[in-house]
Write a protein that binds this ligand. Sequence first.
Ligand SMILES: [Zn+2]
Length: 336
Amino acid sequence: MPPLITVTHRRGIYLPEADLWLDPSFGVERAFISHAHSDHVARHQTTFCSELTLQLMRDRYGLKKNGLFHPLPMRTVHDWEGWQMRLLPAGHILGSAMLHLTRKSDGATLLYTGDYKLRHGLSSEKCEMRQADTLIMETTFGLPRFRMPPLSDVIAQLLAFVRETLAAGGTPMLLGYSLGKAQEILCALTDAGHPVMLHPSIWKMTESVKSLLGKLPDYRLFDEAEAAGHVLVFPPNVRQSPAFKNLASIRTAMFTGWALQPGARFRYQVDEIFPLSDHADYPELLESVEMVKPRRIYLVHGYTQEFAADLRARGHDAWTLGKDDQLELLFDAAAG
Ligand SMILES: [Zn+2]
């Protein structure tokens, strides 16, 4: 058996043999970016990412330079110095990719999941796992209580909320992150027949990926004067905007995996909260380990220590990478 690929963590995940950082939150020489939620991509000297992630980064942040980016197609082996790189769909949001590395000298392998989920969403590619000796995985929902209900159940709840709010003369406002959750919500509304208005940031991201989303409901840019009778899809942070003072009885619904925590509706200050997440839940985390069959597992984000102990009790060599801090947990709470 070849020795495992060395994984270190100081301020981020770093593979010293490849001199490669994985989703670093600060500027580095060479980085892999798993998906377009990162806003640090422009600072790296060399960036590997999926083709779609680069497109989304460009549309989102107006990146002008191209030369330092190495957009890679999914599933294709890319020879790079002493390594073979392969990107695999992560199922988190459009363009999200896992990185599979093979050390050419001895065939040792590593899989870095980035944010991912195994459940097949409406707006992203289905996740494709691959065997690896070392697995670095995110564990945002690494406690047994986090079991997401079937997507069809959540969609049924979403549509009932919209129907009932409109029937009562109200304006339903569905809250989801501009890239990922918002498109998932939009896809869920496709056959419901309600007119939809999108917040400008969501409209921009949706236009960017429209051709990849298949059938969508009729949607237009938010216009307060004509918003009555529409379903509004907005990012969570703008719902308190004074622009809505004149709109008749807005009812808000939040979509996040944290809906499974008691009291979530009050914490997010919304009328309803539904468990729609773009992260793997607890059963999926366990299933991923079964699929990858790693000799060693490193955990990042969320309940790393609890899930590492859980995996060790199941006979796996599993460890937390770096230290959890409150900032990380807060970020996950917003994005989950
Ligand atoms: Zn993400």
